[in-house]
Design a protein around this ligand. Structure first.
Ligand SMILES: Nc1ncnc2c1ncn2[C@@H]1O[C@H](COP(=O)(O)OP(=O)(O)OP(=O)(O)O)[C@@H](O)[C@H]1O
Ligand SMILES: [Mg+2]
Length: 231
């Protein structure tokens, strides 16, 4: 770990993108690579990562959640997020530990905002009240066409890669609104977002993510002598 007089602060990296984009595939690869470069890394996922938030995650798979008004969904998802920030993310960052999360607040703007019509000002208000000023240092948006993401999800179901029951598929028209929502947030917040072409092979997606992080954090993620950009 780097020694410095300044307060130590870990970096907070968030992977976003529609269902089937490849977030859960990329996350452990990225975490292993950042660890190799000498940092401690905590990985987490949303909703989830604490006892309360994992219970809310289970609830999101139920019909009662799917059928609930979008405001109820937002309140539950922000309750999970608040607990995750207080219990896991904020303490880790204060100790200089990197946090890499499978989704965070940008998902609320894309899914509940662009996908389901929730007011972005309401989402911003909930964000301001629940996340204790914790913001990602970088959002990697895994961008992929909806039909390709759907094919991947079908393959995943056949391979039974997920240990638990999957969420019911979101209709393609809504998922496309979510994708467009992510892309327009990325266009508005260029200092935060980096877009990764997630339609490429898993190897190529990892390579793009490495390059992007290295470019964003050159001091923390230097090239190793034996590292020629190969994962
Ligand atoms: N670049 C890739 N090329 C081909 N297949 C991939 C790629 N990335 C992931 N996959 C496969 O596609 C499926 C979906 O990937 P993954 O579960 O990582 O997506 P996700 O973004 O986490 O989706 P969700 O939001 O539903 O959790 C998995 O079967 C995975 O093995
Ligand atoms: Mg996933």
């Amino acid at each position: 770990m780097k020694q410095s007089d300044a307060p130590i602060k870990g970096r907070f990296i968030v992977l976003e993108g529609i269902d089937g984009a490849g977030k859960t595939t990329l996350l452990p690869q990225l975490a292993a690579w950042v660890r190799e470069l000498g940092h401690q890394v905590v990985v987490t996922r949303e909703p989830g990562g604490t006892t309360l938030a994992e219970a809310i995650r289970e609830l999101t798979k139920e019909d009662c959640f799917r059928q609930a008004p979008v405001i109820s969904k937002l309140l539950l998802l922000f309750a999970a997020r608040c607990d995750l920030v207080q219990t896991v993310i904020q303490p880790a960052l204060h100790q200089g530990i990197w946090v890499i999360s499978d989704r965070f607040t940008e998902a609320s703007y894309a899914y509940q905002g662009s996908g389901e019509g929730a007011d972005p000002d309401l989402i911003a208000y909930l964000e301001s009240q629940t996340t204790g000023g914790v913001h990602p240092d970088m959002v990697l948006l895994l961008d992929i066409p909806v039909d390709l993401a759907e094919k991947r999800r079908l393959m995943r179901r056949n391979k039974q890669e997920q240990e638990n029951q999957e969420n019911e598929a979101i209709p393609p028209d809504i998922l496309d609104r979510v994708r467009q929502g992510y892309l327009s947030r990325a266009a508005q917040r260029q200092a935060l977002y980096r877009i990764i072409d997630a339609a490429m092979s898993a190897y190529e997606v990892f390579r793009q993510a490495q390059e992007t992080l290295r470019h964003g954090f050159p001091d923390e993620l230097p090239a190793l002598p034996h590292d020629h950009g190969q994962p």
